[in-house]
Write a protein that binds this ligand. Structure first.
Ligand code: AHG
Ligand code: MN
Ligand code: MN
Length: 323
């Protein structure tokens, strides 16, 4: 981890505005950050306010929605609608994007989000997260709704908030990856590290080995390799937590294609792309096996993708074995 910036007291807003090149992208990031502060408050009180558990509804993913999935999604939408430069919001929890304003009305950015990732872990108090991706709304021929269907390499910002033992925001832009921690007494995300750069290799692998028999033979070969070469296994089952550990300590997080899920479980636009962008901006990598996650040309908003993200040499070890 690079320079830890605690000698100063620098809030997210001050740090974003110090980067003059961000322009009104700073407002978009602050709107997302506001939503995550509200989500953090809901999560801390979830069992007290009885917003634990599922509602009687299945979302577009075919997954039972948790009460907090819906609450988090609504909070993100309310904050983005208040931000003049957000054109459209596409969410894991909504079938179609919410068009807020077009380019002529100042809608310069598309925001995509998994408003609550790992939500099935809420009732057992395991860390969960919010993942976000920001794309420019500059597709000449696309409607505002279709502006979200861009490859991940077009992202101008991406990151996540981890609701864990502390609430932290990791933000990647073209200038690198910075980390902030929420000081609940101030209600501010305070800058704690800039220019994060991850180790190029580390013997930690993170995968749900319960699906071993459904993995590609090459991936099964990789697991034999790691079992015999001094690797440690870590799997939390909450993507934001697993990816954050990988960013800070190195290693590789894998959610691959399986015979039952030929394109994997995780979604390209608001899980694979933002996490791959964070990793690449921190000197790591993000692969689907044969190619870079950020180069995948999306066809549908909710399409799924294999995800192999982490230290460059570890991602390569996996990718070269997968057909
Ligand atoms: P979400 O809660 O947004 O649907 O995402 C859950 C994902 C992700 O957080 C995690 O990496 C993965 O589900 C775990 O899946 P398995 O339980 O199949 O390992
Ligand atoms: Mn998710
Ligand atoms: Mn989710």
């Amino acid at each position: 981890m690079s320079k830890v910036m605690t000698e100063n007291l620098t809030t997210l807003g001050v740090h974003l505005r110090n980067d003059r090149q961000l322009g009104d992208l700073a407002d978009v990031i602050e709107a997302i950050a506001l939503a995550t502060k509200a989500i953090a408050a809901k999560i801390q009180r979830a069992r007290i306010d009885d917003v634990i558990g599922a509602i009687d509804n299945v979302n577009v993913q075919g997954e039972v929605q948790q009460k907090l999935d819906v609450l988090s999604d609504e909070l993100v939408l309310r904050c983005l609608r208040a931000c003049p430069s957000v054109a459209v919001y596409a969410s894991e929890e909504q079938e179609a994007p919410a068009v807020l304003r077009d380019q002529s009305q100042g809608g310069a950015y598309a925001v995509l989000s998994d408003p609550l990732d790992g939500s099935s872990n809420i009732d057992v108090a395991v860390s969960v997260g919010t993942i976000f991706s920001v794309l420019p709304n500059d597709q000449p021929d696309a409607s505002t709704a279709d502006a979200v269907l861009q490859p991940g390499r077009n992202q101008v910002a991406a990151g996540y908030v981890l609701y864990g033992s502390s609430v932290l925001l990791v933000l990647a832009t073209k200038h690198g990856v910075d980390m902030y921690v929420l000081d609940p007494s101030l209600g501010e995300f305070l800058l704690v590290a800039t220019g994060l750069s991850m180790p190029t290799e580390k013997k930690i692998y993170s995968i749900n080995e319960a699906y071993l028999n459904d993995f590609d033979a090459g991936l099964q070969g990789y697991l034999e390799y790691v079992h015999g070469n001094g690797y440690g296994a870590r799997y939390i089952g909450s993507m934001v937590a697993d990816v954050h550990r990988t960013l800070l300590k190195g290693g590789v997080f894998i959610y691959p294609a399986t015979t039952k899920a030929p394109k994997g479980k995780l979604r390209l636009m608001y899980e694979g792309n933002p996490m791959a962008y964070v990793m690449e901006q921190a000197g790591g990598a993000g692969s689907i096996g044969a190619s870079r996650i950020l180069d995948v040309m999306p066809e549908q908003l909710h399409e799924r993708t294999p995800v192999i993200v982490g230290s460059t040499l570890e991602v390569e070890q996996v990718s070269k074995r997968i057909a």
